[in-house]
Write a protein that binds this ligand. Structure first.
Ligand code: SAM
Length: 315
């Protein structure tokens, strides 16, 4: 299957570029984690690349592609219900919480190319490396962390394992998410609480703790252009730091074919749109301060899910 003997791999320098940072800013234990994984890949070219792009275009045009919004809630409840079931059945094996949309053996977007990884778990492994970097960079000094749209809580479980003293909160509109978190707290003794939360109608009775951080990880993706209610909710709170790891439509290049396909795909699925522009408007009126914006050229076959904006509310 792999034609070349010496396949390229994602090096530490590549990770630094992909994350929008320097090699020195990547902690030693993150580098050690990278060393335990296989990040080799083959770049798709010629007919293979054409075929893949045709598949992507056909998927964008297909009528059976689900679109984000209120109607998708039962799908999320079903999906996390399955993870909950597998988690309990396995005797609380955290790997059973990994969402099933982490597909194995699929072409991946990397540096605005399409590539075929050697390791079937390339996307999951990359995600583990990236969250290790971004969480340690921005969350080390806060005492409470809230993940909005946390789903099966895989990132919170990771945070609990490296920061047992922090108070963690996982919020989601899908009920099985809260049951997973209850079991994580019970079986691992972690300080983690779940709570129902809807981005479209934020709970007015929810107030964030002092010195807290919030983050979203591929969750605002699901709210299209409907982000104002969540932003207004956050503006009422004083946050140390807000991190949104999301597909940020404004950061793609309109002049690059894989980016253009990702823009089309995100539009078709009603994924996050206009959020960064809105944050920039809020910055211009002195309501928030943006600390970092980065397009991360990495994703599954269809779009770059791990771009990020880091910001804080201003009082
Ligand atoms: C792609 S999953 C990401 C889950 C988790 N952040 C992760 O990275 O594993 C999107 C999550 O957003 C949640 N979600 C979608 N729309 C929501 C809404 N309106 N309010 C709250 N959560 C929502 C879904 O239930 C799901 O858990």
């Amino acid at each position: 299957m792999y034609k070349q003997e010496n396949l390229p791999t994602v090096t530490i320098e590549d990770f630094a570029r992909l994350f929008g940072t320097t090699v020195d800013d990547i902690a030693e234990n993150c580098k050690e984690l990278i060393d335990t994984m296989d990040f080799r890949y083959e770049i798709l070219s010629g007919i293979a690349r054409d075929k893949l792009m045709l598949t992507i275009l056909k998927r964008i045009d297909s009528t059976d592609l689900s679109v984000s919004g209120e109607e998708r809630k039962p799908e999320w409840e079903r999906g996390w219900g399955e993870n909950l079931h597998d988690f309990v059945d396995s005797g609380y094996d955290i790997s059973k919480l990994v969402p099933k949309y982490f597909k194995k053996n699929v072409p991946v977007r990397l540096n605005r190319e399409y590539v075929m990884p050697v390791d079937p778990d390339f996307i999951l492994n990359y995600t583990k490396v990236f969250r290790n970097w971004i969480f340690k960079k921005y969350l080390k000094d806060v005492s409470s962390v809230y993940e909005f749209g946390c789903g099966p809580a895989i990132h919170l479980a990771f945070l609990a394992s490296i920061y047992p003293d922090k108070k963690l909160y996982g919020l989601d509109w899908a009920k099985p998410s809260q049951e997973i978190i209850r079991l994580l707290s019970k079986h691992f003794g972690w300080q983690i609480e779940g709570r129902l939360f809807n981005f479209f109608a934020p709970d007015e009775n929810l107030h964030l703790k002092e010195k807290s951080a919030i983050y979203t990880f591929g969750a605002l993706e699901q709210i299209g252009r409907n982000h104002e209610a969540f932003l207004q909710f956050l503006l009422k709170e004083s946050t140390e730091i807000c991190i949104n790891v999301e597909c940020i439509s404004e950061l793609y290049s309109q002049d690059c074919l894989p980016d253009y396909l990702a823009i089309k795909y995100q539009k078709r699925r009603n994924y996050l749109d206009g959020y960064l522009t809105r944050l920039q408007e809020l910055e211009a009126t002195g309501k928030v301060q943006i600390l970092a914006i980065h397009h991360q050229p990495f994703g599954d076959t269809y779009f770059d899910a791990y771009s990020y904006v880091v910001w804080k509310t201003k009082r």
